[in-house]
Write a protein that binds this ligand. Structure first.
Ligand code: PHE
Length: 345
């Protein structure tokens, strides 16, 4: 008996048995692949059901077969949905993704510190380590603090408007950080250990080595029995912080109105280690600023007894120190704000 003949009567085929076989195969299909196999087996073109449907002759068997087909189809859809959501759950837990770690955050554009600031911080740290107070002082000074109290004689050339920026008869842009010495000594009694860092102004032409604005750091120590040896040890400490532990310091005699004796400290050239090179003009040493023992006249100006107290002071250019630290040949780049230069630090 051929199949075609057999479906002539649906009764010949046990629709209910077929349906329940199909439904249980579908419900227990473990994977989407197995489900598809079951679908093909029970609903495919060559399946018993489809063959029977094709041979349907009477309305009753048609209805029975179609109802079975619809139930099997919806069972497939239901199982497919189950398997897909289970697969999704598995994938979600297997590939658990911590979005707080994996997603890029807002980009932070880090800048760099200006070489003047970098060097200034080295100096500040070195002095904080010695127990010094770090201060920042005013840039507009009176001639009283900028000159008189520092014992500049009346005819000193720096008092001329050709050298100094005058705001009016009595006010100037400070020409050095030394007036900070006076302010601090007026403000409190010794012992004093302070360093003042900031801008100073001089009416210089702009050249590779000079600029009308630059930074200085100014130190002042007032205590009992301080000597040039204390000054030398202090400068040595700072020079080594700036240029490395191998540095040496030497003094040359000099003159400043507010120190006696006055000296100019040199640091051994960190480029050539005393051998002589272009940076140190083949001397092996580099001039680092001015210094000396506080002049008794200055102590008297601020009401400190020079027979009881002694002190030393020093002042150095910060750009100059930064130039040497970073091998920057000129002072101009410090003030030009060319980011291509500044980003290198
Ligand atoms: N103020 C001096 C200068 O600018 C440096 C200096 C500071 C000298 C302190 C002696 C003591 O040249």
């Amino acid at each position: 008996m051929s199949r075609r003949e057999s479906v002539g009567t649906v009764a010949a085929m046990d629709v209910a048995a077929l349906e329940s076989e199909a439904l249980s195969a579908i419900a227990s299909a473990p994977t989407l692949g197995a489900l598809d196999d079951a679908r093909v087996r029970y609903l495919g073109r060559k399946s018993e059901l489809k063959q029977a449907l094709r041979g349907v002759r009477d309305r009753e068997s048609g209805l029975a077969l179609n109802t079975a087909r619809e139930r099997i189809e919806s069972a497939v859809a239901e199982r497919e949905h189950e398997l897909r959501s289970a697969a999704l759950q598995d994938a979600l837990s297997a590939e658990a993704l911590d979005v707080t770690v994996s997603l890029p955050g807002d980009e932070v554009h880090l800048g760099t510190l200006h070489p003047t600031t970098l060097t200034r911080r080295v100096v500040e740290d070195a002095f904080l380590g010695l127990g010094y107070e770090v201060i920042e002082d005013r840039e507009v000074e009176t001639t009283y603090y900028n000159f008189d109290q520092l014992a500049f004689p009346p005819a000193h050339p720096t008092r001329s408007p050709r050298d100094t920026f005058f705001l009016d008869e009595e006010r100037v842009l400070r020409t050095e950080t030394s007036p900070s010495q006076i302010h601090v000594m007026e403000a409190k009694p010794p012992p004093i250990y302070m360093v003042s860092l900031g801008r100073v102004y001089r009416r210089d032409e702009i050249t590779p080595t000079r600029f009308p604005i630059f930074h200085q750091f100014e130190g002042l120590a007032v205590d009992r029995h301080l000597t040039l040896a204390d000054l030398k040890g202090t400068l040595l400490h700072v020079m080594r912080a700036l240029y490395g532990e191998e540095r040496q310091v030497r003094f040359r005699t000099h003159f400043f109105p507010f120190t006696e004796p006055s000296i100019e400290p040199d640091v051994s050239c960190p480029i050539c280690e005393l051998a002589g090179c272009r940076t140190c003009k083949f001397t092996g040493w580099i001039e680092m600023g001015g210094a000396g023992m506080v002049d008794p006249q200055v102590f008297e100006n601020v009401g400190i007894d020079p027979t009881e107290w002694s002190g030393f002071a020093f002042g150095c250019g910060i750009e100059r120190a930064a130039q040497l630290r970073h091998g920057i040949p000129e002072i101009r780049p410090f003030w030009e704000n060319d980011l291509r230069v500044l980003r290198q630090f």
